[in-house]
Design a protein around this ligand. Structure first.
Ligand SMILES: Nc1ncnc2c1ncn2[C@@H]1O[C@H](COP(=O)(O)OP(=O)(O)OP(=O)(O)O)[C@@H](O)[C@H]1O
Ligand SMILES: [Mg+2]
Length: 248
């Protein structure tokens, strides 16, 4: 990490206003554009160690008086924008995106990191059309998958029931749940549960999956049922998803 190299990058407009920080376009001296984001030490320390084809790359970083600024490889769009485009994307493309998301999450879990905020806004599509996981602001290290972790409590349409209702939970199943909601939204452009009933103390019966489309691929339906198992120890694991017949 370098110090005070702000002059290396010139601000070039707003990309997106995230909940915690602004993401802006910056240009370097050769006029190459990147994305710039102010992050905490915690987010920086996790993201800087990640090197994988499905994780957005940190090109450079420098400290500011308040926090750390990371310069990221510029992506074309995020998965939410892609979904909202209203185009009928081919299932082959969607399946390929799903596989790449799984590979990114598998890399994180193999490195004892749980993302904890998997959702379409935090999944980018690179200029070459590849999936890049982003936003490690809520990520955390875990010792092993049999040790409970805490923190990040709160409601979200993508959050697993245990993160909404419990103070402690096992790490990797929470990413599987959010990944399931993301896949469902990617395919059906709507949420899998009755979102109006989401509040901080939610009954398990509200997580009944909505399958409106009778033509749904039976293998995909089976995969969703397994990704949305409420008991964490019953939920499908990542290696099992990758080997699931839907992806064969
Ligand atoms: N490298 C990038 N290239 C292009 N766009 C990006 C890049 N990084 C982030 N963005 C855009 O900025 C948005 C917010 O980025 P990010 O999720 O990292 O910030 P955040 O403040 O943590 O957001 P939030 O807290 O709302 O999830 C993304 O949803 C995406 O649209
Ligand atoms: Mg985000």
């Amino acid at each position: 990490m370098t110090y005070n190299t702000t002059s290396t990058y010139i601000s070039d407009g707003l990309i997106n206003q995230g909940t915690f920080s602004k993401i802006i376009y910056v240009k370097d001296k050769s006029n190459i554009r990147y994305a710039s984001k102010n992050v905490t030490h915690c987010e920086y320390n996790i993201h800087i160690k990640l090197h994988h084809k499905n994780i957005v790359k940190i090109i450079d970083s420098y400290t500011t008086p308040e926090n750390i600024c990371i310069i990221l490889k510029l992506c074309k769009t995020d998965l939410l924008e892609f979904i909202l485009l209203e185009k009928n994307h081919s299932i082959i493309l969607l399946k390929d995106y799903m596989k790449q998301i799984l590979e990114g999450i598998q890399y994180l879990h193999c490195n004892n990191i749980v993302h904890r905020d998997i959702k379409p806004e935090n999944i980018l599509i690179s200029m070459n059309g590849n999936i890049k996981l982003a936003d490690f602001g809520l990520s955390s290290y875990f010792q092993n998958n049999n040790t409970l972790i805490s923190g990040r409590k709160g409601t979200s349409y993508y959050a697993a029931p245990e993160i909404i209702n419990k103070d402690v939970y096992y790490p990797t199943p929470i990413d599987i749940w959010s990944c399931g909601v993301t896949f469902y939204v990617l395919i059906f452009k709507q949420f899998p549960f009755d979102i109006h009933k989401l509040n901080s103390n939610i009954d398990n019966k509200h997580f009944r999956i909505i399958f409106q489309n009778n033509n749904i691929d039976i293998l995909l339906k089976n995969l969703f049922i397994k990704m949305f198992e409420i008991p964490q120890n019953k939920r499908i694991t990542l290696p099992e998803i990758i080997l699931h017949e839907y992806f064969m």
